[in-house]
Write a protein that binds this ligand. Structure first.
Ligand SMILES: [Zn+2]
Length: 70
């Protein structure tokens, strides 16, 4: 079974549902994707949400490839 480890971006505002459609980073393992998300979250200048203008946040996201699917 293989998994893919990604970093995704979403709006930090609780009242906004914006999630960036494309993955920001695809990493080799969870630790790497988590580390990249942390690094991006600690950056001084973060992009703002195109929907509401609030700050964008990043999170590590794991995709588990379903073993029973071709
Ligand atoms: Zn937003």
């Amino acid at each position: 079974m293989s998994s893919r480890f990604k970093v995704r971006a979403y709006c930090s505002s609780r009242s906004c549902e914006y999630i960036h459609k494309e993955d920001i980073v695809q990493a080799l393992n969870y630790e790497t994707s988590y580390g990249i998300a942390e690094m991006l979250n600690e950056a001084d200048s973060k992009p703002s949400c195109p929907a509401c203008g609030e700050e964008i946040s990043y999170y590590a996201h794991t995709v588990i490839d379903e073993p029973w699917l071709p």
